[in-house]
Design a protein around this ligand. Structure first.
Ligand SMILES: Nc1ncnc2c1ncn2[C@@H]1O[C@H](COP(=O)(O)OP(=O)(O)OP(=O)(O)O)[C@@H](O)[C@H]1O
Ligand SMILES: [Mg+2]
Length: 415
């Protein structure tokens, strides 16, 4: 048998990783200490060529299937972990064949839901996680992806301006169809509800859930959140011919939810008294695309909304409402955003993503101003935030030393 690595970005130095050793026994200097969710397979984080990869030991056919599926999801621009390689033909030094490995890029600043629960929490964490998962599920379904194993543990969460953005991490059971029937969508949603209820009950048994949160009731939130978003994104709306403003209004509503309308079907009834509209193709990322176009910053949707609002205030405050938007955005980027990010001491930069720090800083300035009864200048808010808020936060780029005894099912590799 020969060791073989299949990858869209082949890197021969990948052969240097200890593939002849069962993943469970990999030496610490190949590993990165990061929080990991619960799983059936052995999953470990490997450090290689300055990057961190998640390695999952799994049968070769399943590894290839999941690799292909993740590639397709990436091409469809859906939020999922990025596949890197499939490693097959592994043989231990004593001649025993070893299972294949699926290698994915570690999603930086991502958190398994259990790691979130090991930190001090805001009371509505469960419902914010479920909101994020509902958005992910709707996006997957719009693209015809049936997940089959929707759960909090098969999802990774990144902070998104006080909310969360969800990414699919486990595509093993997924199927891609041209489109999904209501029955298929309902099936996934039921799987989600049951799995989430179980996961929240586990947290409750461990004493991690807030007292007033009922696991079953909270899990059911996913159904309502999913359905209302699905209806808004796909529903037919009918109105009188005189009410054409409602076309614009629908588009604005979708934009506010973070979606762009790529195709909208319009028709009138036979006597021409009413118009019927239905979005046919919608694209997530309304605000993040706009921010990317204006500034080159690639951030999550709510973070983008927040930064765009700040850009708008900057434009108003500097009296440049009539100026070219690109020019103002460039000035905001170089005079406000970048100096702020640069002001974060290097040793604190691993706490949160830059855009999340910026968001928190704006909140912080708001509270300072409210307390003082007048506007707080940004540099003053930055200094106070760096001195009083940031140091107390856990390092989320690479959480070290998560207390695994308190969180028995959360695995952390320590080096
Ligand atoms: N690319 C990645 N970036 C960050 N974390 C990851 C990545 N891949 C896997 N993980 C972590 O490893 C955990 C297990 O991964 P995964 O769900 O794919 O394993 P599994 O054994 O197939 O799970 P299951 O028990 O659901 O079959 C995830 O919950 C996540 O915490
Ligand atoms: Mg899993």
């Amino acid at each position: 048998m020969t060791l073989s690595i299949t990858s869209a970005r082949p890197d021969p130095t990948m052969f240097d990783l200890p593939w002849a050793v069962p993943l469970e026994e990999w030496p610490a200097d190949n590993l990165a200490a990061l929080p990991r969710g619960i799983s059936r397979h052995v999953v470990r984080f490997a450090r290689h060529a300055g990057k961190v990869f998640a390695v999952k030991e799994i049968k070769a056919d399943l590894a290839s299937r999941e690799y292909e599926m993740l590639r397709v999801l990436g091409k469809l621009d859906l939020p999922a972990v990025i596949p890197y390689a499939v490693v097959t033909g592994r043989v231990a030094d004593d001649g025993r064949p070893l299972d294949a490995c699926l290698v994915t890029r570690h999603l930086s600043f991502s958190l398994p839901y259990r790691a979130l629960y090991s930190q001090s929490l805001r009371p509505d964490t469960a419902s914010r996680l479920i909101d994020a998962l509902a958005v992910l599920l709707v996006r997957l379904h719009l693209s015809g992806f049936w997940w089959g194993d929707v759960s909090l543990s098969n999802t990774l969460f990144r902070r998104d301006a006080g909310a969360f953005a969800a990414y699919l991490v486990d595509a093993e059971t997924g199927e891609l169809h041209r489109s999904l029937s209501d029955g298929q969508r309902g099936h996934d949603l039921e799987i989600a509800r049951v799995n989430i209820a179980g996961e929240l009950m586990d947290l409750q048994a461990g004493g991690f859930l807030e007292d007033h949160t009922d696991p079953v009731e909270t899990a059911t939130l996913i159904v309502a959140r999913y359905n209302s978003l699905w209806d808004e994104l796909t529903g037919v709306e009918r109105f009188g011919t005189g009410d054409r403003w409602r076309v614009d209004e629908r588009i604005r509503r979708l934009n506010a939810l973070g979606f762009d309308v790529d195709e909208l079907a319009m028709s009138t009834d036979l006597d021409g008294t009413s118009i019927q509209i239905q979005p046919k193709v919608v694209d997530a990322g309304h605000h993040s695309r706009r921010l990317l176009r204006l500034t080159g910053l690639d951030v999550e949707e709510n973070q983008a909304r927040r930064l765009l609002n700040d850009l708008d205030s900057y434009r108003a405050a500097t009296d440049r409402l009539g100026d070219d938007e690109e020019q103002v955005a460039h000035d905001w980027l170089t005079r406000i955003y970048e100096p702020t990010v640069r002001a974060i001491p290097r040793e604190l930069a691993g706490k949160l993503e830059a855009a999340e720090i910026f968001h928190e800083l704006l909140e912080h300035r708001w509270y300072m101003s409210e307390r003082a009864g007048h506007d707080t200048p940004l540099p003053e808010a930055i200094a106070d935030y760096i001195a009083t808020v940031l140091p107390a936060k856990p390092d989320e780029r690479a959480i070290l030393g998560v207390d695994t005894t308190a969180m028995p099912v959360l695995a952390v590799d320590r080096d």
